[in-house]
Design a protein around this ligand. Structure first.
Ligand code: KIV
Length: 287
């Protein structure tokens, strides 16, 4: 892509990645151009068509069908049990619920670790069956052959470094890249992912200074979560962002609504109307 082309705004009639109402689906080229313009943009997860349509209408340019669906939608304790069948089903729903957002489907644990051929089979399924425009996979050096294979096959890849929740059993949930050695490795991995053809990189739970250095060093956009304010984009898990998650929410997340309270109040109000006989009323009744 030429510099001139990269500086162009999205071709759907909007000036910025965020906030557009155009009906053309955004592409990885629009995402690349936002970095050249210095535009910061938001990404949210979604796991169903209705929620995805709300975010799409709100102008969120990139929606991730994250394997966080394991904890946030399917009732598992971690992301590890999520299967390709679950990912394909929910990714298809998110694609159906959106018109403009670029939809990225996560490759779940066990769907790409065997090697590039397995990764290609899994990613192809998400692209063909679910209709996603890109896939995400975790890991630096160990996932490079997979990234190269997918990119060669024409499937855009978003890399994921720092805390990689699929490795929770070896890594735990800790800030990554704190030592000089770990920071250098992360920077090396980030550049290697870019060289392998990744179009974007998620950096999860790393010191802000390191995230800023990675962001400056790469020409592809860096999307932070718990990685400070200096990345090109920010992603949040939607149930944390909207206050639906029960129990402990990560310190790096910000709650913009309290859906758990709102939904609970609605359910209690309905139950009381039923118990008291005031629902259904005449206007809800057919004769
Ligand atoms: O699965 C997910 O939701 C993610 C984000 C936290 C980036 O990987």
């Amino acid at each position: 892509m030429t510099l001139q082309a990269a500086q162009k705004p999205p071709a759907d009639g909007t000036k910025t990645l965020y906030g557009g109402k155009g009906s053309r689906r955004l592409s990885v080229h629009d995402i690349a151009a936002a970095k050249t313009r210095g535009e910061k943009w938001p990404m949210l997860t979604a796991y169903d068509a209705m929620t995805a349509s709300v975010f799409d209408e709100a102008g969120i340019p990139v929606i991730l069908v994250g394997d966080s669906m394991g904890n946030c939608h399917l009732g598992y304790d971690t992301t590890v049990p999520v299967t390709m069948d679950e990912m394909a089903l929910l990714s298809a729903a998110v694609v159906r619920g959106t018109r403009r957002a670029l939809v990225v489907g996560d490759l779940p644990f066990g769907s790409y670790q065997e090697g590039p051929v397995q990764a290609l089979r899994s990613a192809t399924r998400l692209v063909k069956e679910a209709g996603v425009q890109a896939v995400k996979l975790e890991g630096g050096e160990r996932s490079l052959p997979q990234t190269e294979m997918l990119v060669q096959a024409g499937i855009p890849v978003m890399s994921h470094l720092g805390l990689t929740p699929q490795s929770v059993n070896t890594m735990g949930y800790r800030v990554q890249g704190r030592s000089d050695e770990a920071a250098h490795k992360l920077l090396r991995d980030a550049k290697a992912a870019q060289d392998a053809g990744a179009f974007a990189l998620v950096l999860e739970l790393v010191p802000a200074e390191l995230a800023a250095e990675v962001t400056r060093s790469l020409h592809i956009p860096v999307i932070g979560i718990g990685a400070g304010p200096d990345t090109d984009a920010q992603v949040l898990v939607w149930t944390d962002m909207a206050g639906l998650t029960g129990g402990k929410v990560p310190r790096f997340s910000k709650q913009y609504a309290n859906l758990r309270e709102t939904l609970g109040d609605a359910a209690r109000a309905f139950a009381e109307d039923v118990a008291g006989g005031s629902f259904p009323a005449e206007e809800h009744t057919f004769h």
